[in-house]
Design a protein around this ligand. Structure first.
Ligand SMILES: Nc1ncnc2c1ncn2[C@@H]1O[C@H](COP(=O)(O)OP(=O)(O)OP(=O)(O)O)[C@@H](O)[C@H]1O
Ligand SMILES: [Mg+2]
Length: 413
């Protein structure tokens, strides 16, 4: 079924990319620049033309709130022209075009079994879209590349979309060798790159634009407003790595919680602490905006059970409410210098993060020392990218302050 894409439904910079058969396509740039929306729009049209697309993110549980919704929005936007052209199964995360049986499949890279077995009902996979591709590893990318094989009348394509978080990233090293700073496009035989910013998205509201233009932080402005590859400042944690900890059981889990509602998330961590080895295992995370305390309690109950959870003590009312709702919530003590002390204490450990804890990985990658106006690093952490890290400090507060107190006591002897 050929439908003619109406230019008014697309941002101009993307329109000609509707027909681009380059093997590797990179859409990167600032926040709200229309990348995800466009790729979803294109996938919907491509499916009607018989292409089978696998949509991926690093972590399965982030799919529904992002790519899945984008594709559904793109289908709905075409409803006036294309009534009931798709069979949508939310439970299976599978969308099938009625005209030709082509499919859009969704999976998380952490769902190894599903990734191995996933195949479209008709023909072969022709397309892979990796959303927020900077979250994925180079090894995963290489494996996925190999999935695009087999006979098809369509050219095989792999599409990556992301914000350019930092220049040391493997994506930069692999694919941006010929990229010119200041350019907005690059094209060779096997690679096309398109950079966009909010200025390329005419569907944004004035408030969206204002928020991006008012960004004061240099790093954030560079990456999310201007869409340039980030140059990280003085990153605080380098003592961490990622592992699959799904088989790890702990009989003494530690839980921490940082409160948040509209602009900040409620952020929780579940941790196993190995004091002898000085290892901190981050087993699970919770990261959600807009939760009332009773909704939060409902999520926490099965997660925390009868264990204590150490919470941000600046919200005693919330702690009380959680207690009344059956959660063993306690306030962190947070003495003077508790942030810097807690951070230094964490630096003295090896931190091992479970693969599924994507938000924690993002925070650990970006948490930095604040800079003064001359760009000099100050020994104060920036108050950003620290929701889960704060929760981590809280849940280990007992350990870190015990050691601290111990040192002081020894000194006093
Ligand atoms: N073609 C379009 N038609 C209607 N609305 C659009 C279109 N393109 C983008 N938008 C609007 O702009 C918003 C931002 O676009 P989108 O989410 O695609 O940006 P992005 O580049 O993926 O941003 P981020 O880097 O933050 O993920 C969308 O949520 C949607 O409301
Ligand atoms: Mg996006």
């Amino acid at each position: 079924m050929a439908i003619k894409p109406l230019p008014k439904l697309y941002n101009d910079k993307y329109y000609k990319r509707l027909k681009d058969d380059t093997r590797l396509q990179i859409f990167f740039g600032g926040a709200s620049s229309g990348k995800s929306f466009f790729i979803a729009q294109r996938i919907v049209l491509d499916t009607l033309n018989g292409r089978n697309t696998l949509v991926l993110r690093n972590v399965a549980r982030t799919l529904r709130g992002s790519c899945w919704n984008e594709v559904i929005k793109a289908i709905n936007a075409l409803k006036p022209v294309l009534r009931d052209c798709f069979n949508v199964s939310k439970s299976e995360m599978l969308i099938t075009a009625m005209n030709n049986g082509a499919q859009i499949l969704f999976a998380g890279l952490d769902d190894v079994e599903k990734i191995k077995s996933i195949t479209p009902a008709n023909g072969v996979l022709t397309d892979i879209w990796i959303e927020e591709a900077t979250e994925t590893s180079y090894d995963d990318y290489k494996q996925l590349e190999k999935r695009l094989r087999g006979e098809s009348r369509h050219a095989k394509r792999i599409t990556l979309s992301f914000n350019p978080v930092y220049k040391e990233h493997w994506i930069f090293r692999q694919f941006f060798g010929d990229w010119q700073d200041g350019a907005s496009e690059y094209h060779d035989d096997g690679l096309s790159i398109l950079k966009t910013t909010y200025k390329d998205n005419r569907f944004l509201t004035d408030d969206d634009i204002k928020a991006l233009e008012n960004e004061q932080d240099e790093y954030y402005r560079n990456v999310y407003t201007l869409g340039n590859w980030g140059v990280l400042g003085d990153v605080i944690f380098r003592n961490w790595r990622v592992e699959n900890l799904s088989d790890m059981n702990t009989d003494k889990p530690l839980f921490g919680l940082d409160f948040g509602f509209s602009s900040d998330p409620a952020a929780g961590v579940k941790v196993h602490y190995d004091r002898a080895q000085k290892k901190i295992y981050i087993l699970d995370e919770l990261h959600e905006k807009g939760l009332t305390n009773s909704q939060l309690a409902n999520i926490l109950k099965p997660w925390v059970g009868n264990h204590y959870i150490t919470c941000d003590s600046s919200e005693p009312k919330s702690i009380k409410e959680l207690q009344n709702l059956g959660i063993r919530a306690v306030g962190a003590k947070k003495g003077p210098d508790s942030v810097i002390h807690g951070v230094q204490w964490l630096q003295g450990h090896e931190i091992i993060v479970d693969v599924k804890c994507q938000r924690m990985k993002n925070e650990l990658q970006l948490y930095q020392w604040r800079k003064d106006k001359d760009g000099q690093s100050m020994r104060v952490p920036e108050d950003r990218n620290n929701h889960l890290i704060d929760a981590l400090r809280y849940c280990l507060e007992h350990e870190s302050t015990a050691r601290y107190a111990g040192t002081l006591n020894l000194k006093g002897l």
